[in-house]
Design a protein around this ligand. Structure first.
Ligand code: NAD
Length: 470
């Protein structure tokens, strides 16, 4: 029997006021279950509940909020197996990776719980004391994507709650069930109305970004949607954190140890079937290593086991949805038409799932769509360069600026190159590594604002200066 899910508004499970929609299991292309759809009146109810709850929640002591976040982490841990299964069934990733996602959700919750919100003393003189305090904003709206649905929900929700805000969350309509379950668990700990979940498609997100009682939107998703949210948010000058698309470049320097770096490059390019905002998406390799590194990456792609993420031994799942499947296949076909060599990795299972083999594309250059566009799938184009300035120029030619990386044995030279990349994080001999204590965000069309660490937490607060004349 298919599982039934409800939204949660003001601590109560509620059915949707709109027509329910299907959530598809991408490994089988069949319906997993029906999801309720919120009406706009229900969005208002959720925002009103959050606004009411904020009156008390903002005054709960830091210590109590810290304890509650740890209790939430305990609950996520207790339900780890269930949450991971839901993630695999609706998102598609292999179960082991979904278990890592749940582990990340726990780690981020605990780290955020323990952060202290500072009071800065700006002046302390005989006649005057000026203190900078940080106050919560009010109702925060969280709008989520489908690629790391549980972890990104935690990235949005925990700092909002820790700093004294209340939340209305809207998961992607492709992957809503894990977040519904997460919000149920959080509701076992926090008072009614502190966190509410509404489910639906883009129209609901649009209504949230224009809602006059929502004080901030934290959004992770595509750049065009981020632009729409920014336009819509002007009415009440909402604060925004926008974590948007990426098309990260990696540069392999001459003299790099191909055997040492190949596996790291593969893992970070194909993480979550390439559906990771800060995955390595364009690899610029020096002439001298082009063949040897390409051959190694093709070999690793062939060793993967592609299949349903619930099956044992599977290392590579389907892409998450039909649109994504069509887009990636179209970009691969376009690259072939442009004369690129397309090397498919391991065989894909028969059936109707959205499977694409991990694919390496060689003999390709900038100006081809698979290099220039965010393909957000299991493909890595490898581009040859002969002079480092040319590689840096091409890496920076993208309108995106999320992450970038340099791979090489000479760390000093690697650092010199990394510092010239236009991106929020530049990794050396790594990529796509995010950590709870390291602020993460993009520049250019990849968005603004950061998540994680104290800097990320403070984005959920507004400064208030206390100016005391003694
Ligand atoms: P998307 O922009 O299509 O959808 C994201 C969310 O926005 C969904 O919940 C959707 O319902 C909602 N939405 C759609 N239209 C809206 C509107 N007009 N107003 C408000 N909300 C609206 O993105 P996606 O396809 O779910 O996710 C993939 C994208 O997310 C990729 O571009 C990826 O790079 C990006 N991403 C970025 C980061 C980061 O940290 N920078 C992390 C993960 C994903």
């Amino acid at each position: 029997m298919k599982k039934e899910y409800s939204m949660i508004i003001n601590g109560q499970k509620v059915a949707g006021g709109g027509s329910p929609f299907s959530v598809i299991n991408p490994a089988t292309a069949t319906e997993l279950s029906q999801c309720p759809a919120a009406s706009l009146a229900q969005l208002d109810e959720a925002v009103n509940a959050a606004e009411e709850a904020f009156k008390q929640w903002q005054h709960v002591s830091h210590q109590d909020r810290q304890k509650m976040l740890h209790s939430i982490a305990d609950k996520i841990e207790e339900h780890a197996a269930e949450l991971a299964e839901i993630v695999t069934q609706e998102q598609g990733k292999p179960l082991g990776l979904a278990q890592m996602e749940v582990g990340g959700a726990v780690a981020w919750t605990r780290y955020t719980a323990d952060l202290e919100i500072p009071v800065d003393v700006i002046e302390d003189s005989p006649n005057k004391r000026i203190e900078l305090h940080r106050k919560p904003l009010g109702v925060v709206g969280s709008i989520l994507p489908w690629n790391w649905p549980l972890m990104i929900a935690v990235w949005h929700i925990m700092p909002a709650l820790r700093s004294g805000n209340t939340v209305v969350v809207k998961p992607s309509s492709m992957t809503p069930f894990n977040t519904i379950r997460l919000v149920e668990l959080i509701n076992e700990v926090v008072p009614a109305g502190v966190i509410n979940i509404v489910t639906g498609e883009g129209g609901l997100g649009r209504a949230m970004s224009g809602h006059e009682k929502i004080r901030k939107i934290v959004f992770t998703g595509s750049t065009p949607t981020g632009q729409n949210i920014m336009r819509n948010a002007a009415g009440n000058l909402k604060r925004l954190t926008l974590e948007l698309g990426g098309n990260d470049a990696g540069i392999v320097l001459p003299g790099a140890d191909v055997d040492a770096i190949a596996s790291g490059i593969f893992q970070t390019a194909f993480l979550n079937m390439g559906q990771t905002c800060a995955a390595l998406k364009r690899l610029y390799v020096h002439d001298s290593l082009y063949e040897s590194l390409s051959d190694k990456l093709i070999a690793i792609a062939q060793q993967q086991q592609v299949g349903n993420g619930m099956d044992e031994g599977v290392s590579f799942g389907p892409v998450q949805n039909k649109d994504q499947y069509d887009l990636v296949n179209e970009l691969i076909a376009d690259a072939k038409r442009q004369g690129a060599a397309v090397h498919s990795g391991a065989a894909i299972p028969e059936g109707s799932g959205y499977f694409i083999s991990p694919t390496i594309v060689t003999n390709v250059s900038d100006g081809v769509r698979i290099v220039d566009e965010e393909q957000f799938g299991p493909v890595l184009p490898i581009i040859r360069y002969s002079h480092i300035d040319e590689a840096i120029q091409k890496a920076n030619a993208s309108e995106n600026g999320l992450g970038g990386s340099v791979w090489g044995s000479d760390l000093e030279q690697a650092q010199l190159v990394a510092s010239q990349l236009e991106c929020g994080t530049a990794w050396i001999n790594g990529h796509a590594e995010v950590l709870p204590h390291a602020p993460f965000g993009g520049c250019k069309m990849s968005g603004f604002g950061v998540e994680f660490g104290l800097e990320g937490l403070l984005e959920y607060t507004v400064p208030q200066l206390l100016n005391i004349n003694r």
